[in-house]
Write a protein that binds this ligand. Structure first.
Ligand code: PHE
Length: 468
């Protein structure tokens, strides 16, 4: 074959695909499992009253999350394109490209604050290595709680250290993405994800044998619906989007790397279930500690950072486990960030014809420069407010509660109403090799009716237009 022939077939072969079904599963799970499970899920459950919030969250995962994940997989694998290019390939009206632009904006907004929290996690690995938490083991309950909370305030709001850690977190993502080490990531997630699961399980088991375990478990499983407000319902929906990396094209982009044989429905159900299991385990690790050490369940973003060092202080060789726990959380945060940044990178690369390195550097540069505004929610920029919220809360609120659900709604409407049913059936049955006609029909029915209606009701209710 001559060089010219090779060049001609290049556009067809240039898109890599994940190697096996296992690799698809772990890469997708690597995107879904992140700070959302380990950090956000527990503290949001705490702030929104516990069990009832979890039930509402699970309903959203089932009726909104899975259908939208399937729609994103469909768009990605069918077109093998980034989230802007998808609509050209499907010859759809230009209007739909708004989904891609929303995706870009969401990726930016999420990274602005996510990288700050990832920085805290990185700094905790360092602090644990330095032995900063060793003395907790020798203290009484109240003293240990105060010391642990003080450590978090110090790590998140003193000097320029939080910004440096944030920079390191973004730089690690940039280096991995520039290297384009999809295979490396694939391998890293495949080996380290199971280790993280084991560590969270150890943490949960120890936590469940504490004095406050019963109160902690009750908090998670007893549903008191009177504690739910419209804003907590909106928050549960936003969390489902955030958790499963939906509404901004991450799953379109990853779907575009799936192999032809992958069973899309199977993958989405497995990812959603495993992701939920990790979130619940994190809840079981955190709340018994909260009630044993008299922390406030509604304590907010610092919850994880104050509780985990306390559990490990009660375990022999706890410091080694503590180091591993935060190290693996850093990995989970990093693989999630990689999938987030891959959205603008794929767009810049394919639509704006930049090379991969430039695309990565431009994306991460913007993410860091604006993101640094969120790195001091408690001090330097603490008083600066945008729409009555700190920068940190503003970016978090806008992305999870507005951009992702709006992006998700548009995706649901597009796939539900503007794509031929026969095309969808064909893509999901892998050219007739899987017998899943009735599951696909059920998925389409939910996608066309329950998903958009629920989304719109929660939305209008939360902004006060509709009162239920
Ligand atoms: N799902 C990730 C988490 O739970 C966050 C994420 C959101 C990743 C959107 C990619 C896109 O931490």
């Amino acid at each position: 074959m001559s060089k010219d022939d090779l060049k001609q077939i290049k556009p067809e072969v240039k898109r890599e695909t994940f190697s096996t079904g296992m690799a698809v599963f772990f890469a997708t799970l690597g995107s879904a499992v992140g700070l959302g499970n380990i950090w956000k899920f527990p503290y949001m459950t705490g702030m929104n009253g516990g069990g009832a919030f979890i039930i509402v969250y699970l309903i959203f995962v089932l009726l909104i999350g899975i259908p939208i994940m399937l729609s994103e997989f469909y768009l990605g694998r069918k077109t093998r394109s980034n989230v802007l290019g998808v609509f050209d390939k499907l010859k759809a009206s230009k209007f739909w490209k708004i989904i891609g632009y929303f995706g870009l904006l969401s990726a930016m907004f999420i990274m602005f604050f996510y990288s700050t929290v990832a920085g805290w996690v990185y700094s905790y690995v360092f602090k644990a290595l330095r032995g900063d938490f060793a003395s907790l083991a020798t203290m009484g309950i109240d003293e240990a709680r105060k010391a642990s909370e003080a450590q978090f305030v110090q790590a998140s709001s003193t000097g320029i250290a939080p910004m440096i850690w944030q920079f390191i977190a973004v730089a690690v993502v940039a280096v991995i993405l520039i290297g384009g080490v999809k295979k490396g990531i694939e391998r890293v997630t495949k080996t380290l994800m199971p280790v993280l699961l084991v560590l969270i399980a150890i943490c949960a088991i120890r936590a469940l044998t504490l004095d406050g375990a019963k109160a902690g478990v009750d908090f998670l499983v007893k549903a008191d619906f009177s504690k739910l407000t419209t804003s907590s319902i909106l928050a549960a929906m936003g969390l489902a989007f955030f958790k499963l990396s939906l509404g901004m094209g991450t799953m379109v982009t990853y779907g575009s790397y799936f192999n032809k044989e992958n069973n899309l429905i199977g993958t989405s159900v497995k990812v959603a279930l495993s992701d939920t299991a990790v979130s619940l385990l994190a809840g079981f690790a955190v709340f018994p500690v909260v009630f044993t050490f008299n922390l406030a369940p509604e304590g907010g973003p610092g919850l994880l950072f104050s509780t985990i060092p306390l559990v490990f202080s009660l375990i022999p060789f706890g410091n080694i486990l503590l180091i591993s726990f935060f190290f693996l959380t850093a990995i989970a945060a990093t693989t999630a960030m990689i999938s987030m940044v891959e959205v603008p990178v794929a767009i810049l690369k394919e639509e704006f014809k930049l090379d991969r390195k430039k695309a990565v550097l431009i994306s991460t540069f913007v993410m860091f420069v604006v993101g640094v505004l969120t790195s001091h929610p408690h001090s330097v920029f603490g008083s600066a407010k945008i729409m009555g919220k700190s920068f940190f809360d503003f970016f978090d609120y806008m992305s999870s509660n507005i951009f992702l659900p709006v992006g998700g709604l548009l995706i649901a409407i597009f796939v539900g109403y503007f794509v031929k049913k026969s095309d969808i059936l064909e893509e999901f049955n892998n050219e007739g090799t899987i017998q899943n006609g009735s599951s696909v029909k059920l998925f389409l029915l939910v996608l066309k009716t329950i998903t958009p209606v629920m989304l719109i009701i929660v939305f209008l209710n939360a902004v006060g237009i509709l009162k239920i």
